[in-house]
Design a binder for this molecule. Structure first.
Ligand SMILES: [Zn+2]
Ligand SMILES: [Zn+2]
Ligand SMILES: [Zn+2]
Ligand SMILES: [Zn+2]
Length: 150
């Protein structure tokens, strides 16, 4: 239930306030440097796509929206409704968009956007993640997640 992008959701849960370094769209919360490391190793979460907070903030609002989870149903968005101009989860479609014909698979929407640079980083790249962990470990003092910007 992270409401703040810039605060690590895991630490917040433990009543500690830490600035988040990356955003995980699957956990739907920000993660600080320490939690990111754990997040990338832990079996349950290591396949998650994360993106640095700075880059995440720069993504177009539509992308931010569709990479999130449906607030009403806590399900992943799967379809984008062109008529209502909003992303929908499976349950939204049944509830509200039953009659809508102009529905696109979110994956197709993402494919289109993926060609734009802003989105490249949100793609899962496990090799890169593990490289990052190695780097973070070596360079623990002033570590930043993600590569040097541009
Ligand atoms: Zn944390
Ligand atoms: Zn995650
Ligand atoms: Zn929904
Ligand atoms: Zn609709």
């Amino acid at each position: 239930m992270a409401t703040n992008l810039t605060i690590c959701g895991i630490c917040d849960f433990r009543q500690t306030t830490r600035a988040s370094a990356v955003w995980c769209s699957e956990c739907d919360e920000g993660l600080c440097q320490k939690c990111t490391e754990h997040h990338s190793i832990s079996k349950a979460t290591r396949g998650h796509c994360t993106v640095s907070i700075d880059k995440y903030k720069k993504l177009p609002p539509t992308i931010l929206e569709i990479t999130q989870t449906c607030k009403c149903h806590s399900e992943k968005f799967q379809i984008y409704c062109n008529k209502h101009d909003c992303p929908c989860c499976k349950k939204c479609i049944v509830d509200t968009h039953n009659e809508c014909k102009d529905l696109i698979d979110i994956d197709d929407v993402l494919k289109e956007v993926k060609s734009s640079n802003a989105f490249v980083d949100i793609e899962c790249n496990l090799t890169e993640i593990s490289e990052n962990i190695k780097r973070i470990r070596k360079n623990k003092r002033k570590c930043r997640v993600g590569n040097k910007n541009d």
